[in-house]
Design a protein around this ligand. Structure first.
Ligand code: GLN
Length: 503
């Protein structure tokens, strides 16, 4: 067997440690050239060494080693499971049985019952599927509070530092958000795969900022059961990895119908990894002409140009398409998401979960101070805005109108997908920004999501693949978007894009 310190090196030891791809890792584990326990031990050491990046809220060393031991036994017995021994990081808004789960909030991090905060008594369906497939869960990653943000700065545990920035000499760049810790775990080579959630871009945007691949499947592919709710009609779990193939391998495990989530799509058998082996016919790629009008930064232009070049190299037909309502997606999203959040977050009342204010004088004082002290500023702002747009007298003007925009937008996307196989769009307006860049200006932060939220409103599958760099050398992602439940096509096209950029 190889020594643990060699285990994480692939090729040139002068380069930062690199982990293997999932197919390669599977092969090495199955031929017993490496063991899960050795690899996980080495990774846990690395996690300790890189704590200043603030990637994990909770590291689950003992549990991870036990899971690795079990995986090794099955591997040695020749009965491996799909992800046996593969180390995965999990965003801290998936309920994990017996493991503290905070959603990046003081509301759940600090519990009146125990020092440990909120410790779920049940496992989310997605993480249960990972465990059933033999994956090793290394820990729970940092995130914006209740997944509300685009930078991981609103976390009660402080911001995560972008590891790619550190490598380039900048130690003050955000990893994106809200799944910033999960994206950073991949970029810092602390996990082979990671799980996140994407309500309005929280997988694709951090994937773009950290130079990794991140996919949000179609709404309904992954069960939301046991995921701490932000905006239920938009929330969707997904995966991060170094490559499209790795992401596909994880999605094969975490996707699928679940009796516990009525919005999970029934009798659907998407096979992400197998789709990558299928031959492809000539592609038609749509480029929505509204993009440049929405936000014409140098970085957007660079991704746009890279996308067109890649499409041509692939021999695809480049189609000029139009989504006329694209510009209305951002305001519609921020009305719908915040309205749903105001309802979802009403459960944090100091009675049932987590934090409770000290020595309340009556029940009203208990509610008020619990919520005032337990929620951060951004979460409170959103609860207030969401409550406002749902209130009598404003409901029609805001919430209902936003729902109409959502319908129109979904119809416009459907019409375009009659003509093209996939659409290309930038994932982000710029590369990773500095910590504090949008402090005191929430609207600037919301504008970061201009290219990602339309996809969530329409329930579409989309993936971010790194294709370019900004003037500092920070990565920029291209979004490949497909029609509803066209997830297999999305990974096929994304893999072709990836192959071209490697080229
Ligand atoms: N940045 C967006 C928001 O704050 C998206 C967050 C997410 O996808 N969870 O709502």
């Amino acid at each position: 067997m190889q020594q643990p310190e060699d285990i994480l090196h692939a090729g040139n030891s002068a380069t930062p440690r690199k982990l293997w791809s999932i197919p390669e890792f599977r092969r090495l584990l199955r031929t017993r050239e490496v063991s899960a326990v050795e690899t996980v031990t080495a990774l846990l050491d690395d996690m300790r060494a890189k704590r200043e990046l603030n990637i994990f809220i909770t590291e689950t060393h003992d549990k991870a080693l036990n899971q690795a031991r079990d995986a090794d036994k099955r591997l040695a017995a020749g009965v491996p499971r799909a992800l046996d021994g593969i180390p995965i990081a999990v965003k801290d808004n998936f309920c994990t049985k017996g493991i503290k789960t905070t959603a990046g909030s003081k509301m759940l991090a600090v519990s009146r019952k125990s020092e440990d905060g909120f410790v779920p008594t049940y496992e989310s369906s997605v993480t249960q599927r990972l465990l059933d497939a033999g994956a090793v869960i290394l820990g729970k990653t940092n995130m914006d509070e209740f997944a509300m943000g685009s930078s991981t700065e609103t976390s009660y545990f402080g911001p995560t530092i972008n590891p790619v920035g550190v490598r380039l000499g900048f130690d003050n760049l955000v990893p994106g958000g809200s799944s910033g810790g999960s994206a950073a775990a991949i970029a810092a080579d602390l996990a082979v795969g990671a799980i996140g959630t994407d309500t309005g871009g929280s997988i694709r945007q951090p994937a773009s900022f950290c130079g990794v691949v991140g996919m949000k499947p179609s709404y309904g592919v992954c069960s939301r059961w046991g995921i701490i709710a932000y905006a239920s009609s938009l929330d969707q779990a997904g995966a991060f990895g170094k490559s499209v193939r790795d992401v596909a391998a994880i999605l094969d495990v975490i996707g699928g119908e679940d009796q516990k989530d009525a919005t999970s799509v029934s009798s659907l058998s998407l096979r992400y990894e197998a789709a990558l082996a299928q031959p492809q016919k000539k592609l038609r790629i749509g480029f929505p002409r509204e993009i440049m009008r929405l936000k014409a930064t140098a970085d957007v232009e660079s991704v746009w140009t890279a996308g067109q070049k890649i499409a041509q190299q692939l021999g695809a037909e480049v189609v000029d398409v139009s989504i006329p309502s694209l510009g209305y997606a951002l305001p519609a999203y921020y009305i719908i998401a915040l309205s749903e959040a105001s309802s979802n977050l009403s459960r944090y009342d100091g009675i049932r979960y987590g934090y409770r204010a000290n020595a309340p004088k009556d029940i009203i004082d208990l509610y008020e101070r619990t919520r005032a002290e337990g929620f951060g500023e951004e979460v409170k702002r959103r609860i207030i805005l969401g409550t406002y747009s749902l209130s009598a007298g404003y409901y029609d003007a805001y919430y209902l109108r936003a729902l109409k925009v959502r319908r129109i937008l979904a119809d416009e996307f459907s019409a375009v997908f009659q003509k093209v196989d996939a659409m290309f769009m930038p994932a982000t307006p710029t590369g990773a920004f500095e910590i504090g860049a949008h402090e005191g200006d929430p609207v600037q932060m919301y504008l970061e999501d201009v290219f990602t939220v339309p996809v969530n409103l329409a329930g579409l599958p989309a993936i971010s693949v790194p294709v370019s760099r900004d003037c500092r050398g920070m990565p920029l992602g291209l979004q490949v978007i497909g029609p509803q439940l066209g997830d297999e096509k999305v990974v096929q096209v994304a893999a072709a894009v990836e192959a071209m950029t490697a080229h």
